[in-house]
Each structure stands twice: as C-alpha cells, then as structure tokens.
Design a protein around this ligand. Structure first.
Ligand code: DOR
Ligand code: ZN
Length: 409
C-alpha cells in the first residue's frame, strides 16, 4: 500500500489523462496507472483540478545577506513553492557576490538551513581553473557571466573548457545591446562548449542562435522569461514602466511574439522566471532598479496561456519542468515511476485576479498586476511531502540537488 494516492486528471508523459492514480511512496512516485486503483490514503482531485509536475526554475535571485531587505532565502523559496516551483537555481550576484569556492560554501550552508525548495547555485565569473574545479566539487551548477564579464569571455571559455564548468551568459553589452552580445558570444563558441543564454529577449538574437546551432558542434541553450514572452514595451504607462523595468528590457511586440513562439518551435529550451526582487522604493526611484519577482506568477501565467489556447501543455511542462530538471541532473519534472514526487495541483476552473499583495516574496508588486488568470496553485508536494496547501506548511527542508542525483527505485 502506497503512502498516498493522488487520483484525478494529470499530465503523464505528453498525454493529458482524465483519471490517473499516482502512487507516492516516501519521496518517490512508485506507480502511475490509468483509473482509480489501489488502496490506502487517497487525495481525490475535484473536477477542474489538474495534477502536473512541479517546476524547476533555473534562474532566480534570492538575495539575502546584505540584501535581505529585498528578499531572503526563506521568503524567496516560500514564493517558489507557492508558485508551484520546488527546485530553484540561484544566481551569484548577491552582496557579497558568490565568486569564490568559499563564498559558494557559505551560500550552500545558508540554503541548507533556510530553503523551502530544493536548490542549486551558479557561481560568478572565476579566473582560475582550480577555483572552478573546486566550485564544481562543491556542486556549482554553472558559472554565470554578467555584461561586465564579457570583455574577458575568452578567459572564461578557457576556464570552462579546462574545468568542465558550464557557462550561463547574460548577453548584453555594457550599453545594453543584446544582439551584439549574442553575435560576439556565438562567434567565440567552439565545438564541445556548453553555453546557456539567459533571458533572451529579441527575435534577432534567437534567430542567430537558431542558425549557429546548425553550424556549431556545441551545446547552446536558451532561457526565456515570462515577461519577455507575455509583455512588450509598447503601451506601458509611467508607473508600469518603472515596475516592469528589467535587464534586458521589455522589447517590441514582434520580439515578444517570436520569443514566445520559440517555445513550441523548440529554439527556447527553458522557461525561467529571473525572479529579481527589489524594495518598492528602489523600483520607484530614477532610474528604477531592474527586475521584479517572478516565482509566484510564472507557472500560473504560462498555464493560463495553455488554457486560453496559445501554448501546448506538454511544451510548457517540458520547458519549465523536465528540461531544467535534466539540466540539473535530477529525476524531477515528469509524472513517472521512479521520479521524485514533486507535484502541483492546479485549479483550472476558477478565474482569479492576480494581486501582488498576496505574494510570499518580500517584493509585493508585479508587472502582471490585475491580470485575470485561469490557473491557480492549490497544493504542492516536494519529494512526497505536502509543503504548500493554500498556505506554507513547512519551515525548511530544501536540499541541494547534488544530494538528489539520479535517484531511482
Ligand atoms: O533585471 C535584472 N535584474 N536583470 C539582471 O540581470 C539582474 C537582475 C537583478 O539581480 O536584479
Ligand atoms: Zn537574473
């Protein structure tokens, strides 16, 4: 008898099935069957509820340390689970930054003590192969380069090649030119490199990647953020201009459409929120701090795109659950026997108005304020444990993804 059976409508592989029994034993999915089968404790989904894998968001800023007034590890990862995200990968531009093995070690200790979601950490630009190897041994999931690091791209590519550390690049030159940055990066990538482009925002950038992929024997992957797929700079009033200020900035409507279509068209590999909270007065100042919280809105927003017929559900789950989990080397992101029971129950029948005052993030604003959404997170399981059920139910328990590596039963 399983610890729990969840019975109802679910996405299994690429198929949406009306009645499925997902058995959970300990932290794993122990069986997936059609119909209402088995015995023991049962969570019966109601009509309009839908069981999906919870998401893995590979681009978040949890702040903490000297910027704990913006967000901390506890509030940021609480926001994650409230948004149906049970694994996050952090970016290293904290204060102080995560730019050495010792800073990474300290960060991992903080996360172990405070994180609700499971986690991975990117390390900042490292000059030495020895440091990169050490960071990899500690479990760094990649090395993140910021615009200011791009002048020394060749050096970091060398460190990456010699250590085996993957790169993640914020492709903007100092003046904010994404296309020139993408062109420059692509011109330097060689066979065997593994480079992920963060939050690509312009059609021309994505077209260049599409072409380069056919020509280079390298792994070039692309993240897209919900704001670049659902919002454009056109028709923003002064206040929304400040709230929606972000790097790279919102682009044109044609860009937005092209990036969004890259999901179904396969040139976009990952959906990632770029959760980047700031204090409200920092957003309202001149110039406004770039970024805004995204962890609580990404899955409901994108699922609404499906419900309204603009996106395939298996595409969404592939790009926000399966592919990022694969990138981190964990068996999550699919409702499948032997995978971790990281699951989310959505209500897909109630239309609700998004309001940032309800966020668990410290940053209580969003450029999507007031949107009518047709998907709402009801319950979230992290490795078989109910961690969110309309409210947060735990105080910690997130683990480093390295401890979850390739677990099967
Ligand atoms: O808008 C942004 N905010 N873009 C970035 O690349 C950094 C981020 C932040 O850390 O605030
Ligand atoms: Zn970012």
């Amino acid at each position: 008898m399983a610890d729990l059976r969840i019975v109802g409508r679910a996405l299994v592989g690429d198929r949406l099935l009306d009645e499925v029994t997902v058995e959970v034993d300990g932290d794993l999915i122990s069986s997936v069957s059609v119909g209402d089968v088995g015995s023991g404790p049962r969570l019966l989904l109601s009509r309009g509820q839908l069981l999906l894998p919870s998401a893995t968001d590979i681009h978040v800023h949890l702040r903490d340390w000297e910027q704990a007034y913006k967000e901390d590890v506890f509030t940021g990862t609480s926001a994650a689970v409230a948004g149906g995200v049970t694994t996050v990968a952090e970016m290293p531009n904290t204060l102080p930054p995560i730019k050495s093995p010792s800073a990474l070690k300290e960060r991992l200790e903080l996360l172990a003590a405070r994180a609700i979601a499971d986690y991975a950490v990117h390390v900042g630009a490292l000059d030495s192969v020895k440091d990169a190897v050490e960071a990899l041994e500690l479990g760094a999931c990649g090395m993140k380069l910021y615009p200011a690091d791009l002048e020394r791209l060749e050096d970091y590519l060398r460190v990456s090649r010699q250590s085996g550390m993957r790169l993640v690049v914020h492709a903007e030159l100092r003046g904010g030119d994404e296309q020139e940055a993408v062109r420059m990066i692509l011109s330097r990538i060689a066979a065997g490199d593994d480079v992920r482009l963060a939050h690509v925002s312009m059609a021309e950038s994505l077209r260049m990647v599409e072409l380069a992929r056919g020509e280079l024997a390298a792994r070039i992957t692309v993240e897209a953020a919900p704001h670049h797929m659902l919002l454009s700079r056109e028709a923003l009033d002064e206040e929304s201009k400040k709230i929606s200020a972000v790097r790279p900035p919102l682009a044109s409507e044609a860009d937005r459409r092209y990036i969004f279509s890259g999901l179904d068209g396969c040139s976009v590999d990952f959906i990632a929120s770029d959760h980047a909270p700031h204090a409200l007065d920092e957003k309202m100042s001149d110039p406004p701090a770039p970024g805004f919280p995204g962890l609580e809105v990404t899955y409901p927003l994108m699922l609404t795109e499906w419900l309204e017929g603009r996106l395939g559900i298996s595409t969404l789950v592939k790009k926000f659950c399966r592919a990022p989990a694969e990138y981190l080397g964990i068996r999550k992101g699919e409702i499948r026997k032997g995978f971790y029971a990281d699951l989310v129950v959505f209500d897909t029948k109630t239309i609700w108005r998004l309001s940032a005052k309800d966020f668990l993030s410290k940053a209580k604003y969003t450029p999507f304020e007031g949107r009518m959404l047709s998907a709402k997170v009801v319950s979230v399981f992290r490795r078989g444990e109910l961690v969110y059920d309309g409210e947060l139910l735990v105080k910690g328990g997130g683990v480093h993804v390295r401890e979850l590596g390739q677990k099967t039963r």
